[in-house]
Design a protein around this ligand. Structure first.
Ligand SMILES: [Fe+2]
Ligand SMILES: [Fe+2]
Length: 194
């Protein structure tokens, strides 16, 4: 499927607001990919598709997770905010025939992150937080950091996410903690010249 068809499909599937967000993430991801030498076309596509699962209710997402045999933990199953990522990837694969594992992975992990994030995974995670439609305290700082260091921007982004999850009383997914620790370790190594 070409990008034009994907855009049309997403416009119909997501509704106006979420579609606008998805376009913002796609364009931001493409720019970040250019800056950090990731695959720009893949970044645009993964950005465009990352919230595909968000058009569904939690119940629908749970049904689809079962249908496609996804092994999901209790925290993910209880939270639509997390669930739309892995189930969205499964929907893209089974219902749209998208087969690129790198894109599917970036979609599946865009809400929690994980310990061994690929460059594309990182680009999508960050683009989702800093696309032009985002407006929260600290977003400008993230945008500035994103120009300078991908990992430093990601660490600041995951810190903000974790703080917000705790403040709002949501369960914190352990993968976000692993993601944060791996960023810290990587940045420290770099600092020490490793
Ligand atoms: Fe999302
Ligand atoms: Fe998103």
């Amino acid at each position: 499927m070409d990008l034009k068809r994907y855009r049309k499909l997403m416009e119909e599937h997501l509704g106006e607001e979420l579609y606008r967000h998805s376009l913002g993430v796609a364009e931001t991801a493409e720019r970040l990919a250019g800056r950090y030498r990731a695959d720009c076309r893949r970044a645009y596509l993964a950005g465009l598709l990352h919230d595909y699962g968000k058009a569904c209710t939690r119940e629908e997402l749970c049904r689809k997770a079962e249908l496609y045999g996804l092994q999901l933990d209790r925290i993910t199953l209880a939270e639509r905010r997390l669930l739309h990522a892995p189930v969205g990837a499964a929907l893209l694969r089974h219902e749209l025939g998208l087969s690129d594992p790198a894109v599917l992975r970036a979609v599946a992990y865009h809400t929690t992150g994980h310990e061994k994030m690929s460059l594309l995974d990182k680009v999508i995670y960050l683009a989702d937080m800093i696309e032009p439609g985002r407006d929260f305290g600290g977003v400008e700082k993230l945008r500035e950091l994103a120009q300078v260091s991908l990992d430093a921007a990601l660490l600041a982004a995951v810190n903000l996410t974790i703080a917000s999850v705790i403040r709002r009383g949501f369960p914190l997914h352990p993968r976000s903690v692993y993601f944060r620790n791996s960023l810290l370790a990587g940045l420290k190594e770099k600092e020490n010249g490793g």
